[in-house]
Each structure stands twice: as structure tokens, then as C-alpha cells.
Design a protein around this ligand. Sequence first.
Ligand code: NDP
Length: 686
Amino acid sequence: MNAPVKTVRQLESYIAGDWVRGAGKAVPLLDAATGAEVALIDASGLDMKRALNHGREAGGPALRKLSFHERALMLKALGQALMEAKEEFYALSTATGATRTDSWIDIEGGVGTLLSYASKGRRELPNTRTLVDGDVEALSRDNTFSGQHILTPLEGVAIHINAFNFPCWGMLEKLAPTLLAGMPAIVKPASQTAYLTELMVRRIIATGILPRGALQLISGSVGDLLDHVDCQDVVTFTGSAATGRKLRAHKAIVENSVRFTMEADSLNAAILGPNAVAGTEEFDLFVKEVAREMTVKAGQKCTAIRRVIAPRAAVEPLIKALGDRLAKTALGNPGEEATRMGPLASLAQRDEVRARIAELQGDAEIVAGDPSQAKLTSGDAEAGAFLSPVLLYCDKPGSAKAVHDVEAFGPVSTIIPYETAEEAVELARRGKGSLVASVFTNDAAFAREAVQALGPWHGRVMLGNRVSAKSSTGHGSPLPVLVHGGPGRAGGGEELGGMRSVKHYMQRTAVQGAPWLLSEVTGRWMQGAKTRQDGIHPFRKSLAELEIGDQLVTASRTVTLEDIEHFAHFTGDTFYAHMDEEAAKANPFFDGRVAHGYLIVSFAAGLFVDPAPGPVLANYGVDALRFLTPVNPGDSLQVTLTCKQINPRETEDYGEVRWDCTVTNQEAQLVAQYDVLTMVAKSWPA
Ligand code: NDP
């Protein structure tokens, strides 16, 4: 059962460090299933300019003081704290119409996103406050002028205006990259389900994990907030295309070139491949996926399948299979364990979906479900916003308009037949840009053609088949590591996608100058920057002693034919270029037998390694290894090893050290170049 809400509480906003109420008349928010009042909401009269300034003056500077790893650890602590409090969120979540499974996506999916960014941030970002982006561009022959792109956090506030369907995930999926980038946020949840977001923000603030000003909340309307944005702020929006368009054209946003990301209506498609007819595993998987997407969150998911594109020959069995499956969906009170689908978020939302179904009926006929009445297994059909899953069929999709244009944000999908493989993808593209399309096929040629054609029109394409069936995360799940967003109608934004989304909250700047100055600025050594050769082998230095630019130039070693033969027989690599003079000469790259690349790397290690136990704990790989000049017997090798980047780990007593390694021959030609990656103790003896 729904958790009884004892007292109807007025929601508060969290502005400039205080929980405050609006000055106007608060509006009641109703339980989606029972119609009972859950909370009251109003944010009128709140000082939005003060909120922005508080974020800019307190939150931003505090976050920017922290390194990426410190911010990532903050997200981890926050995720763990929220996970501990999760049952409280689940209890309130039923009022939004969400079943336990729906709530899991929202609550634990959201916390999981925080934790994913916490872990990825520490693995993929350096423990610095400035991010180096890409390689150094040498702009002079003598290495006295170079260029390097860097990313620094914007100094404003990220305003996140969110949709009603995911009160927790919707906040957390945007908050994670924002905070990791070093930007504070003001979250404005959709009013309908804001009570759950408010509860979660209360718990976040109470942990004391976030610095002051890093997170503020508006429970209610944003008032004049957007009038005060400037070029250092970011506005993200999730909701209807109509509101999105209005906000995107807001005077202050346009005049100040404020970054505006939008995620709106999306007529996502699932395509059943030409060969995936009834009786194939892909057909069965397709039926399961479409039914699941229609019923999870009662279809109120931005990624839900709205258009079911199938070979004309498969339509009849598809209608039957889907109809049977949907008819078995237990629709009722989301608090009941037996319930598979709960109500829509509100009665108004149900009216909206019914109106959209009526529009779709201009192009399509209903083949399963009845929008006017819902068969319930529990709950109150009068007071709750229940709607049966509704399946439509559009026989002439080429001339149809509504099925490609109208998003019914509920348990509603339309089956669309196609004649040829080209037509199938063409129909998907009629959605004018979507978040996701899925293609169910076991045919490589169709998969290749489909992905190529769907790519420009979609943020994500999922290939479903018998091999991935068990492990697939499904059509509808945005993942923290993959792009979530889509072109055109889907809004043109790109949320999530690993570190890509962190960069949306940062400014990319090309910095040019003398390499040693650039190195000082970025904390990353580059050719032409200062070096230090103080007679102490850099492998004898702990992180406390090691400096960027510490360098070792080794003795030389001559490579003999015996070395090459020994290495060949020892490793089993007897490739002709190392073993056969005539054949090697005939090769356009070589002038006779050459040393193995891995022999060069091995000899290089033999030259630069300091063997005794010391602060260097492990070698965990090389990056960007290139062999640039062939090495013939009689050539000699010399190594220059320079400390390039030091990345101490916050929670360990060691850190990563990246070494620039160049191997040259007796004529000072570059033979090999790469980065050596090691783990080095913070102090030694430990
Ligand atoms: P809205 O666009 O009305 O609302 C989205 C968010 O914008 C809410 O937080 C809302 O706040 C806020 N908002 C509305 N007007 C303004 C304004 N003038 N200035 C600032 N913020 C504003 O969408 P709904 O949530 O009502 O959903 C309506 C439809 O949108 C759905 O039926 C569905 O079709 C589509 N939708 C699409 C989604 C997608 O990702 N594809 C996700 C959710 C909805 P408040 O609630 O306080 O009005």
C-alpha cells in the first residue's frame, strides 16, 4: 500500500543556505493513485537573484578549490549516504504512481549514476583542478612556442529544470557531472513530483558533504531566475518541447549566449529486422522489449518506444503477441506488490495523454487497450490517474503525420509496417531526431546499414539480438557512461556520456606560450619545458620528492644481430623482417634486418630501470607507443625519461606517475616514443 502521508507539508526551497517558503498561496500536489494531498508547493516571491549570487560566490569557489578526485570522492560519499536512506525515498515515491521497479530506476538508478561518476572521475580524470584536453600542439620548430587546450569550470551556476517523471534520477544524472566539473547547481524539479526531490535534497544537505552553495533547490516556479543568468551560467531543461523552445529563446539566455541544453519530446523507434519474423528469437525479444517499454513507469519515460516499426508480414503476429502480453499487465495501486504498472503522474497528465491518443487516431487505429477505461487489479479508478496500455496500428505510415510527430507520454505505442529495409530506417528518421532507436536483428548487413542511417538522427542506437539478450541493459535505459540526448526534436542536448558531460560545464581554452610556462600552468611536462637532472635517479624519488621535469638520460647500448636472433627465438617472434635479410630488404620500410619493436622497448627498460626496491611500486602500462625509425644491427639506443605528470591518489599512499620516454639512435633520430605509466609511493621508506 501507499505509505500514508500523515501531515500535508508545504514544500520548501533551499536558497542561500536556508529552507524557505514562498509568499503566495501554496498549491496542493496529489497522490497519483489515490488523489490524496501529498504536499503543498509554492515558491513565489523568493529572491532568485540572491540564489544565483550565492551559488556564484559561495558554491563555485568552494567546489573549484577541490581537485577532480576530491569532488569524485564527495559524489561517492553522497551516493553512499543516499543509498542508506533509500527506503524513505521508496516510501514517498509510490505517491508519484511509481511501482517498486519504477522507483528503483528513479532512486537507485540516480544514486548509481552518482557512484558511476565518482568512480569514473577518479579513473579518467587527473587529481588536478584544470583538465588538459588533447595533445600539445608544437607551434615552433625549436620548441619555444606551443599550444595546449585546457578546460576550467565555468564560474556561474548550473540551473537544472527537470521533468516530473524522474524526480530523483532526473536531478542526480545532471548533478553528478555538474559537481564533478566544479560547478554549483540550482535544481528546479517539476512541481507535480517535487516532494520527492525536496526530500532527497533535504537528506543531501543534512549530510554536510557538499560545500555551502553547491546545491540549491526551488520547489515551485522559477520566477525571475532566468532574467539574471549570464554567460558563466548553464541552463539545462527536460520537459515538453513547447516549454523548452520558450526557455531557449529567453532574452537573457539569448543575449548572454548562455549554454542551454534541452531534452524534450522524442518519438523513439524500435525496428524489427526484415528477417526477424515470428518464430525467431529476435521477434520474441522485440515483443518483450516493446511491452516492457510501454509499461515501465507507465510509459512516462523520455526513452520509451513510441513507434514500433516492423516488416508488414510480421504485423499480425506482433499485434497478437503484444496484445496478449499487455492484457496480462496488472494495473493498479503502485504500492501493491502484484502491480506491474501504476497510474500516470496526475489526472491532468492522463487527460493530456488521452488527447494525444485522439490525435494519433487520425493516422492509426487502436488494436489493443481502451484509453477510456482501465481494468484495475487494485486501486481507485476514479481518483487515480490510471490508463490501460494502448497499442495502435498505422497502416499507411508514409502519408501519416501524427504518429511521427505526437508524443503521447504514457503507455502508448504505434505499430508501423514497412516493406523494405530502407523504408524501415527512413520511417525511424521521420521522428526528426530522437534519443534512442533500437534495432532487433541477427543480420550483420542490416545492422550495419541501419546504424549508419540512424546515427545522424539519434543519440543512442541499441542493437538487440539473441546474443546480448541476457546482458542487455535494454532500449530505455540511459547509462552514465553513454550519451543520453538526441538531435532535433529530442532537444539537441547531450547529457551523460561519461566525461563528455562533465565538459559541458567547463570552458575549453587554447593556451599558447613557451612550453615551460605551459607546463607550469597545466602541471604536465611537455617537450621544451624545464628539466631537472640532479644526479638522483628519478625512480629513487617518492612523490614527496619527485617533480615534473625530473629527467634521466641513460647510457647507450648497441643492438647486435645476436640480440635480434636471441630475442626472436626466445619469444618465438621470427617475423621475416627480423630474420631474413633479403625479404626484409624487399620490404619498403626496411633496409635489411631490423630489431623487434618490443626488443627496443625491452632494452629501453633495461637502460632506464633502477633495479633496487624503492618508491616505484609497479609499471602498469604504456600509452601511445610508436616506433618511428627502424633499428638495424649495429645501431645504438639511448633513452631519455622525463617525469611528465604526477597524480597522487586521495585515498591511497601512492599515486600515478606518467613518464615521457624517448628512445633515440646514435644519430639522435627518434626510434621510439611512448609514455610509461607507474605507481609510485607517496613517501619512501614507506
Ligand atoms: P513542462 O515542459 O511543462 O515542464 C518541464 C519543467 O519545466 C518543469 O520543471 C516545469 O515546472 C518547468 N517549466 C514549465 N514552464 C516553465 C517556465 N515558463 N519557466 C521555467 N520553467 C518552466 O513539461 P511537463 O513536465 O508538464 O510535461 C509535459 C509533457 O512534456 C509530457 O506530457 C511529455 O509529452 C513531455 N515530456 C517529455 C520528456 C522527455 O524527456 N522526452 C520528459 C518529461 C515530459 P513546473 O512543473 O513547476 O511547471
